[in-house]
Design a protein around this ligand. Structure first.
Ligand code: HEC
Ligand code: HEC
Length: 193
């Protein structure tokens, strides 16, 4: 009896250890994420101005984005086709990986004067939902700080053209702004270090 119990404890222990090491280095999430690196960079640090950094993105926002691309409710040049290649559980697994990385702010060429004017626009219209100058993942509204300027502009253009549905209260804030003010606040996000 005692002997069997020992064996059982050892067995449970080894199963637990196997589970724990899988959590630490989920190879499948990393392997999948590596296929994104051509555009989103290694460890989610985007190499091209048209692709967003994914490092530090919240799990909820990542999953929502991938599903919206899949379903065609969020406009895409390429992500609709890519997202369709992944199952729900694969998307969740990648979400965990990208969310575990520290937020990355690229050194983005920007106009310092516009960024300064944009700080004011940000405080009045965007700070409430895009906290910490757009770097707070917990907002579940995307990482805006340190994103490439062309990506920020495409993203905003999709909203303003109505191709992508804007959250109601964000729409209210954006409607009050001139084109110059919107341009300025995007430079402000791009200027974050
Ligand atoms: C060929 C380039 C390319 C590849 C490869 C690629 N992406 Fe993208 N990704 C983009 C572009 C461009 C966008 C902007 C939306 C669009 O135009 O499709 C984007 C947007 C996203 C977004 C939205 C992020 C945000 O902040 O709004 C997520 C999430 C994403 N990609 C995840 C992935 C994942 C996961 C992979 C790998 C499985 C991947 N992408 C592979 C180019 C790429
Ligand atoms: C009431 C809250 C709210 C306000 C105010 C707000 N936003 Fe947003 N914003 C959101 C949410 C939520 C999302 C994610 C939308 C989605 O899931 O499609 C978002 C998404 C975005 C995106 C796209 C990010 C991505 O990864 O694709 C940009 C760019 C953006 N907001 C810019 C702004 C700017 C600029 C302002 C100020 C003028 C602003 N927002 C004000 C809630 C807000």
């Amino acid at each position: 009896m005692g002997c069997n119990k020992k064996a059982l404890v050892a067995l449970i222990g080894s199963v637990f250890m196997a589970g724990a090491s899988q959590v630490l280095a989920d190879p499948s999430a990393l392997m999948m994420a590596n296929t994104c690196a051509g555009c989103h960079g290694t460890e989610g640090k985007s190499v091209g101005p048209a692709s967003p950094n994914l490092a530090g993105i919240s799990e909820a926002y990542f999953i929502d984005s991938m599903n919206a691309f899949k379903e065609g409710t969020r406009p895409a040049t390429i992500m609709d086709r890519i997202a369709k290649g992944y199952s729900e559980s694969q998307i969740e697994s990648m979400a965990g990986y990208f969310a575990s990385l520290p937020v990355y702010k690229a050194s983005v060429p920007h106009d310092a004067g516009k960024a300064q004017m944009g700080a004011d626009v940000y405080d009045k219209g965007c700070a409430k939902c895009h906290d910490e100058n757009g770097a707070l993942a917990d907002d579940d509204a995307g990482i805006l700080a340190g994103q490439w300027l062309p990506w920020l502009k495409y993203s905003m253009a999709d909203f303003q053209s109505g191709h992508r549905e804007m959250p109601k209260k964000m729409k209210k804030a954006v409607k009050k702004l001139s084109d110059d003010e919107i341009e300025a606040v995007l430079h402000f996000f791009a200027s974050q270090k």
